[in-house]
Each structure stands twice: as C-alpha cells, then as structure tokens.
Design a protein around this ligand. Structure first.
Ligand SMILES: Cc1ncc(COP(=O)(O)O)c(C=O)c1O
Ligand SMILES: N[C@@H](CCCC[NH3+])C(=O)O
Length: 447
C-alpha cells in the first residue's frame, strides 16, 4: 500500500471509475450494472432516487478484512460499525457471516437484536450513553462497553451493581494522534470529545478494578474515519501498547485491545486503505502482547458496495457561465458532499452515454440551499431531462444520514444478491412522513 493518498488534479474518467469499482460493469444493451443487475431495470420499477447495495461486495470486502488479519497471524474479531449503514438486511448479513457489531445508541442495539446478532458480539461505544441505554445493554449481557470518561465509569458501575450484573468494559483511550483526515471526522486528537485522555488512562483503569459491577478487560481506541495512511494507526497503537505494558507492570490484567475502525476508501483517485496494511500496523505494535484484538470497520466494507440512483429533472443553462444538471436526489438523501465537501463518482446509466464526449457541468439537487451540490464542473456526457445517473460509493453514511428536509420523502432501497434484486425499503409515503406528528387539540372551553 502506498503510505500516502495519491491525488492528481484530474478527475477520474468514466472508464477509470468503472475500472476501480469491480462490482460495476456496463452492458451494451442494459447500461450500468451492479453485481450483474441492470440499474435501469431497478429505476424503471421503483423510480428514483433509489439506493442500491450489493450484498456480495459487502461479504467479499468483510472476508478480505478477516483474511488480512488471519494472514498476519492475528486473532481479530470484526465488529461492523452499525452507524455506517444500519439497515436490518445489512445487519442480518453481518450476523449470518458470524461478525459482531459496534454500536453507539440504544436504537442501534435494538437493530442488532432484531437482526439476530447475539448481544455478546456487540460492543457499545459513544461519548454520551444514556442511563436507559446502558441499563438495556447491561441487562442484555452486551459483550463490551467502551467507557469514554471517568464519570461514565462510575455510572456503569452503579447501573450494573443495581442490576446485579458484571459489565465487561474497556477504556476508550484518546491517543492524541492526528488521523490525517477531515477535521469533522477526526476523533483521536486531545481536543476531540472522544475517549479518555491518555495521561489519565492508567489510573482510571486501576480504579475500574476497585469498582463493583465492572469487569475491566482492556483498552479501545478509534482515531477517526476515512484514514488513508497507515502512519496514524502505527502511532496510535504504539501508544496503546505502551499503556498495556505499563498497566501490566503495575499488576493489572489486560486481555483485549479494540483497534477501532476508520480505514478509508477511494472516492476519487486516492489509493484506498488496505486491510493488509492495517493488520501490519496491529501486528507490529500490538502483536507480541498476547492480546485478543478487534476492529470496528464501517465505511471500508460497505461504502463501495452502494450507489444512489437519480434522474435528471432538467438542465439549466441559459445565461449561465456553467450549466447545472438538476437531479431528483438532493442533500437530504446524500449529505456527504454538502457536509464534508466530499467527492463522489457519478456514472450515467444509459449504455450510449459511455461513448459520448464529456463536458463540465455542475450537478445539484432541488433543495433550497446552494450547498445542495453534488459536484462542480464534473465531466459528464450530454445528459438531459430523464437521463439517469448513479452516485458511487454511497453504501456508507448515505441512507443513515438522510432526512426529510424540504419535506422530501426518504428514498427506496434495494439489495442485490446473487444476480437478483429485492426492495428492502419502499419510498416513504407522505402519510408516513407526518404520521408521528400531532395537531394541537382544539380548545375545549372559553378563555
Ligand atoms: C467508535 C467508532 N468505531 C468505528 C467507527 C467506524 O468508522 P469507519 O466507518 O470509518 O470505519 C466509528 C466512526 O468513525 C466510530 O466512531
Ligand atoms: N459521517 C461521516 C463519517 C463519520 C464516522 C463516524 N464517527 C462520513 O460520512 O464520512
């Protein structure tokens, strides 16, 4: 793996995007295909916008992660980060394949249970777990709680004692390491809200052994998301290894280290994070300590597996320096470009569009914000009203970050598996959008 992301000024061409997305292909009659299924057929049946996830891509990428760990001689448990894509169909694949889950809320915990992932395979992270969430998790016998503050340690001890249970905990340590990613998704710097300050971790770990209702088993760390270099992983794990050695020297047992998630993918032309390099960092820094290791990947396994299908509502070019392609998908569907200036590949669906000359165009949604922009000056063939496109690499942090902004219904979702496609969520109806709202009761008497 190249240690640094490779950026060039040029956007990848349509052919290059196809080459870097092996689950996508083009057919001379059907156009763009995902895992052998024509995306136009899905859009014909369900309309757009519509999310499509390739189950085999998800399975293969998880398997590649597990194999990378095994090949490095490591015993590593994979806890899929539910926040990346929490659909029950996705979670049931995770459960069937024998992986565990990393959760950050009671809602995510409930989803893992509904999808059949045993509570013992679930790890609970997060900087502010409510009492009710902790009670539920401890009551279920959750596999591990990653404690993120001194106060939370006391709260968990009190709740577990009240329930007559032992909570298996690690301390999530903030190693103060720069993950070299977007500031909004950096979590391992000292002034980020996450984790226990490195300098306090050993003393707090010792305190955990003195509190009732706790079974301290080790440490966790997670330095951020969309990480493309292995250097930050080495730096973070080296610090955790130092911590393990020093608390062991003081006579305390350390059984596990949870190495977090964060491995990045190639959205534009970056070299994607390599599980083998991650495994190498884990082995180099933590491999000789006799620990059981785990990871919490979200984006890497599922990001590339998904696309968002959309149709062009119209083209707007009169009197403009640069034309606009207005889609029926918007920032309420996929917020990443507006929130992080994220670059997502865009491919046309029609077969003939792959051989047309390309020209720059701004690609926007219909929401009333200028930030509702998917791409600026994107080189695309001459698309117009009713043309369809796929926005790539939207399997992670896509549907889960959708909203009803501008009273736009949530889009439908499809799972492709073994050449077949199934609707896994129908487009939200207007009634479903407002079903939880109530009108104030009419006044009953005179004022
Ligand atoms: C604690 C924790 N674990 C795992 C993840 C998953 O990260 P990613 O999707 O980048 O693998 C996150 C998100 O950054 C997280 O906060
Ligand atoms: N939502 C972010 C990732 C956040 C990771 C969670 N801690 C994204 O879309 O890139």
């Amino acid at each position: 793996m190249a240690d640094l992301p490779v950026y060039t000024d040029a956007d990848p061409s349509l052919a290059e995007l196809l080459a870097t997305h092996p689950h996508l292909s083009t057919d001379p009659l059907c156009g763009l295909m995902l895992e052998g299924v024509a995306l136009n057929a899905i859009a014909d049946a369900l309309g757009t916008p519509c999310w499509v996830i390739g189950a085999n891509t998800l399975r293969q990428r998880l398997k590649r992660m597990q194999t990378a760990m095994t090949d490095a001689g490591l015993d590593v448990r994979i806890h899929y980060a539910v926040k990346a894509n929490d659909h029950l169909s996705v979670l049931s694949i995770i459960g069937q394949e024998g992986y565990g889950a990393d959760i950050v809320s009671g809602g995510e915990l409930a989803r893992t249970q509904k999808a059949g992932i045993p509570a013992q395979r679930v790890v609970f992270s997060g900087v502010g777990k409510s009492d009710a969430e902790l009670e539920h998790a401890i009551g279920l016998g959750i596999g591990q709680i990653n404690v993120e503050s001194a106060e939370e340690l006391e709260i968990i001890s009190a709740i577990a004692t009240r329930l007559g249970k032992q909570a298996r905990i690690t301390l999530r340590v903030n190693p103060d390491v720069d993950a070299e990613t977007h500031a909004k998704i950096t979590t391992g710097l000292a002034d980020n809200k996450f984790g226990i300050p490195f300098a306090n971790a050993a003393a707090l770990y010792a305190r955990a052994f003195t509190l009732p209702g706790l079974r301290p088993v080790g440490f966790a760390t997670h330095i951020g998301s969309q990480i493309l270099s292995t250097a930050p992983y080495h730096a973070a794990y080296a610090r955790i290894a130092d911590l393990v050695r020093s608390v062991r020297a003081s006579g305390l047992a350390v059984e596990v280290v949870d190495c977090g998630g964060g491995l990045g993918i190639s959205y534009r032309n970056e070299v994607e994070g390599q599980p083998e390099a991650l495994a190498g960092a884990m082995r180099a820094e933590l491999g000789d300590l006799g620990l059981r290791l785990s990871i919490e990947p979200g984006r890497w396994p599922i990001g590339p597996a998904g696309v968002l299908l959309s149709s062009v509502i119209l083209r707007k070019e009169e009197g403009l320096p640069s034309p606009f392609l207005v889609l029926d998908a918007a920032m309420n569907d996929l917020v990443r470009p507006s929130m992080y200036e994220a670059w997502h590949g865009i491919l046309p669906l029609a077969p003939q569009d792959f051989s047309q000359p390309v020209a720059p165009i701004h690609v926007v949604g219909p929401v009333c914000e200028s930030g509702d922009t998917f791409a600026r000056d994107r080189l695309l063939p001459p698309l117009g009203r009713a043309s369809r496109i796929a926005i790539l690499d939207t399997g992670a942090y896509g549907t889960v970050m959708s909203s009803n902004y501008n009273s736009r219904p949530l889009a439908s979702e499809v799972l492709v598996e073994n050449g077949q496609w199934t609707v896994i969520r129908h487009r939200q109806t207007l009634e479903e959008m407002w079903q939880d709202e109530t009108l104030p009761a009419p006044p009953t008497g005179k004022a």
